[in-house]
Design a protein around this ligand. Structure first.
Ligand code: ADP
Ligand code: MG
Length: 555
């Protein structure tokens, strides 16, 4: 299926501006197909993998079909979970940001009715809700659907799985005959086909093959491992690839808790989600994960539903998923929006038969890899360090230190020995430091209180030279951060955080001055704006970062 520019799909100038502001460069295949059909008023059945951009595929035509002069509900979106309703409402808000008169509201169980009454009475045109709460409001007369033009079922298969079938039918029966129906589902089991037959009229079927989207973007491998060595191999792979943002799936709550304990004790910044975790806590964890306040989320399939995150580097199947469909759901979270991702699956013992049948029936493209030895991990790290050193020499990204070198040469040291000593010092510095005590928001009493900063794991080019400041280098601007020695922050922490969050090479960071409770970090001029914007609100040690450009001369 092809992709096209949004400008060729029949959208209004305001909406195109909003799409542009969201940074979408071209419409995804499902969007390319669904938007023109939606605008034309056709019923649509859309089927495509997680992460393929279904939200905008239905939100954009729905927004265009709203008559903003009328203050009545014209679009109703049904979603399986509260998280999803909130996310979809947010996306509507962003995509309609240049249509000032358009209002949307999420309604879901657990939130006070009072607040929802007020929004509904204020004349919203778009309601995004979970089936139960939508039915409640219909029964109370606070949600009137006489003026409804478009009804959307998002993740219809999951709504059926969650037992919403009767509610959905009740709602669909109550809406005007003339409405348009947009129907989205990752899979098409029989129950869904029945609903489609009953409640849509001559729908256009749009199906985007999952393989075409997933295969080129997600590198999928599996390792045959002994059950007892899974943890060891997991950490080895994380260190080898220097992963910093991913989800680790386990099959049970107990496994999630255990792995969380183990990884935490080994100094990885992790948190967990499973069915026994309270809703309030879940929301907090998901929020923190989206902000990248920790590196790895450990979760069960159910708990991770409705979690929408971008740019995962890796999905680990620490335990094998139940079937090919769950597998596809899990790995759909990595390699999104054209970026490469990795899916790594562990199988132990007889599980290999299960995996082989999944590969066969779901036509998965997973290749077998050999577990890397510890020596190979060390070697890979060494290679990465060599590459950085070579790139620094190549780009001449360093200040000359002739005086110091001359002094050493005069004392009779060979230049190769001087270089070796420097490398030794640098690599020693990059080695995982002794874990320092650090406050941790969720730490229960049984958990060891130490955590290792994500940045401390791999060697970082933070030699003493870059810290000894002798005035600002040209091409760099000082940015102040509200962390310093008092927060036990090291230059490696800062460089790691900045490079990790922005995904820019560590070389954009110049000299670093650590003070008691703040620090000044030199950032290459062209990246200053991005660093300030992206680091704001990110956690480092106990602090929420508030970066600010230091006024020239004010350093
Ligand atoms: P789905 O509902 O199919 O799982 P989403 O609508 O949640 O997918 O979209 C997944 C991610 O891709 C979101 O972060 C969204 O903002 C982003 N996205 C959607 N459309 C585009 C596009 N055309 N270009 C780039 N990113 C997009
Ligand atoms: Mg979706």
């Amino acid at each position: 299926m092809e992709k096209r520019p949004f400008s060729e799909l029949g959208l209004s100038p305001e909406t195109l501006k909003a799409v542009d502001r969201m940074g979408f460069e071209e419409a995804s295949p499902i969007q390319t197909a669904v938007i023109p059909l939606g605008l034309a008023g056709r019923d649509v059945v859309g089927q495509s993998a997680t992460g393929s951009g279904k939200t905008a595929a239905f939100a954009l035509p729905a927004i265009e079909r709203v008559d903003t002069h009328r203050r009545e509900v014209q679009v109703l979106v049904l979603c399986p979970t509260r998280e999803l309703a909130v996310q979809v409402a947010e996306e509507f808000g962003k995509l309609a940001c240049f249509k000032k008169e358009l209002m949307e509201v999420p309604i879901y169980g657990g939130q006070s009715y009072e607040r929802q009454f007020r929004a509904l009475a204020a004349g919203v045109q778009v309601v995004i809700g979970t089936p139960g709460r939508v039915m409640d409001h219909m029964a109370r007369g606070t949600l009137k659907l006489d003026g409804l033009k478009v009804v959307v079922l998002d993740e219809a298969d999951r709504m059926l799985d969650m037992g919403f079938r009767d509610d959905i039918e009740h709602i669909l029966k109550a809406v005007p005959e003339s409405r348009q129906c947009l129907f989205f589902s990752a899979t098409m089991p029989r129950g869904i086909q029945e609903l489609i037959r009953r409640y849509t009229r001559d729908p256009a079927w749009v199906r985007i093959e999952a393989h075409a989207q997933n295969a080129p973007q997600v590198d999928q491998v599996y390792y045959e491992v002994d059950r007892r060595s899974k943890l060891e191999i997991l950490t080895r792979l994380i260190d080898l690839h220097d992963f910093r943002y991913g989800i680790i799936f386990c099959s049970t709550k107990i496994m999630v808790d255990e792995l969380d304990e183990h990884l935490h004790a080994r100094g990885y910044a992790v948190d967990r989600l499973h069915g026994d975790i309270t809703q309030a806590q879940r929301t907090r964890v998901m929020d923190k994960f989206r902000r990248r306040a920790f590196e790895f989320l450990i979760a069960t399939d159910v708990a991770a539903r409705g979690l929408d995150v971008d740019d995962l580097e890796v999905v680990f199947n620490f335990d094998l998923p139940n079937d090919g469909e769950d597998y596809t759901h899990r790995i759909g979270r990595t390699g999104r929006a054209g970026k490469a991702g990795r899916a790594i699956t562990f199988v132990s013992g007889r599980e290999i038969y299960k995996l082989q049948s999944m590969i066969h029936y779901a036509r998965l493209k997973i290749r077998r890899e050999r577990v890397p030895s510890l020596d190979e991990v060390e070697e890979a790290r060494g290679n990465a360090f060599f590459e950085r050193l070579r790139a620094t020499l190549e780009a001449r990204q360093f200040k000359p230190h002739d005086r110091m070198i001359d002094r050493l040469l005069e004392q009779g040291y060979a230049s190769t020995d001087i270089a070796s000593a420097l490398i030794h010092l640098l690599q020693a510095e990059g080695k995982p430091a002794e874990p320092k005590a650090a406050a941790r928001a969720k730490a229960p009493a049984a958990r060891p209180p130490e955590t290792r900063s994500p940045a401390a794991r791999a060697p970082r080019p933070t030699g003493p030279a870059r810290r000894a400041r002798t005035g600002r280098e040209p091409g760099f601007t000082a940015v102040a951060f509200n962390v310093g020695l008092a927060h036990e922050v090291t230059p490696a922490d800062l460089v790691g955080k900045i490079a990790g969050v922005t995904r820019l090479p560590a070389g954009i960071v110049g000299a670093i001055d650590l003070h008691e409770d703040y620090s000044h970090v030199d950032i290459a001029d062209e990246h200053v704006a991005a660093v300030v914007a992206k680091l704001a609100g990110i956690r480092l040690k106990t602090q929420s970062l508030q970066p600010a450009v230091v006024a020239p001369g004010g350093a």
